[in-house]
Design a protein around this ligand. Structure first.
Ligand SMILES: [Zn+2]
Length: 238
């Protein structure tokens, strides 16, 4: 039932993903395919280290064309001058989070230094987007008990890492993610590399072809019935 990508199938999937993003916590969403109900696999695409004008801008335009939301964890020091990109993220239904101000290993900071890294970035986001809950993704995925205690948001990690910063061949990245993606995955990528953003768009098309829907991290947690508690690590590592 998955041959070709007709406009009808595309629109149907789009509508389904939209319903799914808005569905109540923990409620499985199903689609009827060929008369049989199947559960729809859902993943969250996440991007760290931006914004970067050319790569992030191109990626956002491509996501907009596909009406696919993503989650961006921003480096505060890269925000000045890129305010319009951040407005565009929010306008497209993307989730915006914090990846510290200077891209530092937060486990090496004391609480004052941690608060400064988060606070300076948050202040910029509040200025651009208004008050909101801007979740933390710690650089390198390094988390300590102190960081968990100090964080006033969930601490977002990932479950699928194609290591796009290491291997910049776009087709390899596409193959890895499309082959390994499973329902509930949080996929880690970086929107500061040309090959990464090009791979990301091809990943979206390929996974949609396989019946996947894309949501933000916040929507994914809600779907899994996980409360967004401060200091709670998501997804929980096995
Ligand atoms: Zn990073």
């Amino acid at each position: 039932m998955r041959g070709g990508r007709t406009p009808g199938i595309g629109l149907g999937l789009l509508a389904l993903c939209f319903v799914l993003a808005l569905s109540p916590a923990g409620e499985p969403v199903q689609s009827v395919e060929g008369g049989a109900e199947v559960e729809v696999p859902v993943v969250a695409l996440t991007f760290d280290d931006g914004p970067r004008a050319d790569t992030t801008g191109w990626l956002l335009d491509q996501l907009a064309l596909r009406e696919v939301p993503a989650t961006f964890f921003l480096v505060g020091g890269r925000i000045p001058g890129n305010e319009d990109l951040i407005r565009q993220m929010a306008a497209q239904g993307c989730q915006v989070g914090i990846h510290t101000y200077d891209h530092v290993d937060v486990t090496g900071l004391n609480q004052t230094e941690f608060d400064l890294q988060i606070g300076k970035t948050r202040a910029l986001l509040v200025e651009i987007l208004g008050e909101g809950s801007y979740w933390l993704r710690p650089p390198y995925g390094f988390v300590s008990e102190g960081v968990r205690a100090w964080s006033d948001s969930p601490v977002v990690l990932w479950s699928l890492d194609p290591e796009d910063w290491k291997d910049h061949d776009a087709q390899d990245l596409v193959d890895t993610v499309v082959e390994q993606a499973r329902d509930g995955d949080v996929i880690l990528m970086h929107d500061i590399y040309q090959n990464s953003v090009q791979a990301a768009v091809r990943i979206v098309d390929a996974l949609e072809e396989k019946g996947f829907c894309f949501v933000t991290v916040e929507q994914l947690m809600a779907r899994q019935g996980v409360a967004p508690e401060a200091g709670a690590v998501f997804p929980v590592r096995p």
